[in-house]
Design a protein around this ligand. Structure first.
Ligand code: CTP
Length: 396
């Protein structure tokens, strides 16, 4: 959830993908944004302004010449109020107009007049996208600091497959939040986050793992991205989609995670170990599938995995997580000391709505000086922001 009310100008231009902008408007509105939609005349051939008006609860700008509009008194009012301008879908035409500095419709006019960052999500025929004129226009805008997201490859309006489809709404949403947070309180920081439960192979089809969903680590990565940090997310297998704008390194075992963490912390400000690393692994994984028919019983000898957080030390902040089922504070305190942590985020997994797979968590943050901060039950994305608040204090 975005803390302060932010204003987004969503420019919608004439593409078959215009209907998808309604979903974007809905997502930004749900996240607490004030969404001001501007539609070109062509966009209105594809989707009605009424749709956006109802979704956003705001007037929709459809022309430069509406004297009744609250924005028309000063044609740059929208531009000045914007924290970010997103054009989705953006046609080759609007990109060309913006690249030339034209201002003959409300979208190009707003883009020219705003100081807010601008995100463009193109959608067009693949030949139009690959045309050298469009390429030059895009290159010119990128050089000027515009952010392009997409297009994606897929089925186009013409029916053929190609590069030109509006990219996924998750991608557009995530990148817009990242652009918006570029100057946030973690700008210029590099943070390594680990997530998910590692898998330790028993044989080619079986493994030892745990119930970690990866949600907490992914929420931290996204929240830190939205506050301007440069993120490397080292993820054990999860069902979660890679957060847009985040460098993801996929690993499977504790050993692979150790190697990835060691490689990634060379220039980092902080390591946040939210991963549930398996503590034990089979001493030797069978190279062939163990056949049930051939055994009456099976004993697997286990050995300890490396303690990544304990081993990886350096000139950066180290944050641990502790999922406990008893003696929460005492166990977490012991881990802070034993692993030399700046702080630990502990939670009792036996409590309702907490821990593995849930959308919420109730955590206690304990720092190296023994300070205990018990937080109430809250959504994992809010927990993520509270953890980052603590991190920011320590980074200072
Ligand atoms: N951790 C790690 N490597 C391991 C085990 C844990 O880096 N092999 C990290 C976790 O990512 C977490 C912290 O250490 O941030 C604490 O993990 P936890 O499993 O609670 O602690 P353990 O050290 O494994 O102790 P115990 O199993 O006795 O609770």
């Amino acid at each position: 959830m975005v803390n302060k009310i932010k204003t987004i100008v969503l420019g919608v231009t004439g593409s078959i993908a215009a209907y998808k902008a309604a979903e974007l408007a809905s997502r930004f509105t749900t996240e607490g944004f004030c969404v001001n939609v501007i539609m070109t005349e062509s966009a209105q051939q594809f989707i009605s302004p009424l749709t956006f008006r109802n979704i956003t609860g705001r007037p929709v700008v459809t022309t430069m010449w509406d004297i009744a509009s609250e924005f028309s008194v000063e044609h740059v009012a929208l531009a000045e109020a914007a924290d970010v301008v997103l054009i989705a879908p953006a046609t080759a035409n609007i990109i060309a107009k913006i690249a030339c500095g034209m201002a003959d419709d409300m979208i190009s006019c707003t883009v020219l007049a705003t100081r807010a960052p601008i995100v463009i999500a193109p959608a067009m025929n693949d030949n139009m996208w690959s045309n050298s004129i469009t390429r030059e226009n895009v290159a010119r805008l990128v050089k000027r600091g515009f952010t392009f997201v997409g297009p994606a490859r897929g089925r186009l309006a013409s029916g053929k497959m190609g590069l030109g489809r509006l990219t996924s709404l998750d991608e557009i949403f995530g990148i817009t939040l990242q652009v918006l947070g570029r100057k946030g309180d973690l700008a210029g920081r590099h943070i390594v986050v680990t997530a998910g439960g590692t898998q330790e192979p028993v044989d080619p089809v079986r493994c030892l793992t745990n119930h970690s969903s990866g949600k907490m680590g992914y929420a931290i990565a996204e929240a830190a991205r939205n506050r301007g940090a440069d993120i490397t997310l080292i993820s054990a297998p999860t069902t979660l989609a890679a957060p847009p704008g985040v460098k993801v390194i996929s690993v499977r075992t504790a050993e692979e995670m150790l190697k990835a963490v060691q490689d990634s912390v060379k220039k980092t400000d902080a390591l946040i170990m939210a991963a549930a690393v398996a503590d034990f692994r089979p001493v030797k994984a069978a190279s062939q599938k163990i056949k049930r028919q051939e055994m009456s019983e099976l004993t697997v000898e286990l050995e300890k995995t490396p303690d990544i957080l304990n081993e990886v030390r350096g000139n950066f902040i180290r944050v641990g997580f502790a999922a406990e089922s008893r003696d929460l504070i005492a166990n977490a305190r012991d881990k802070v000391k034993r692993k030399g942590l700046d702080f630990i985020v502990a939670n009792d997994i036996t409590e309702k709505d907490c821990g593995f797979g849930t959308e919420t968590n109730r955590v206690t943050i304990i720092d190296g000086k023994g300070k205990v901060d018990e937080l109430p039950l809250m959504p994992k994305d809010e927990v993520a922001d509270r953890v980052l608040d603590k991190l920011r204090g320590v980074l200072k």
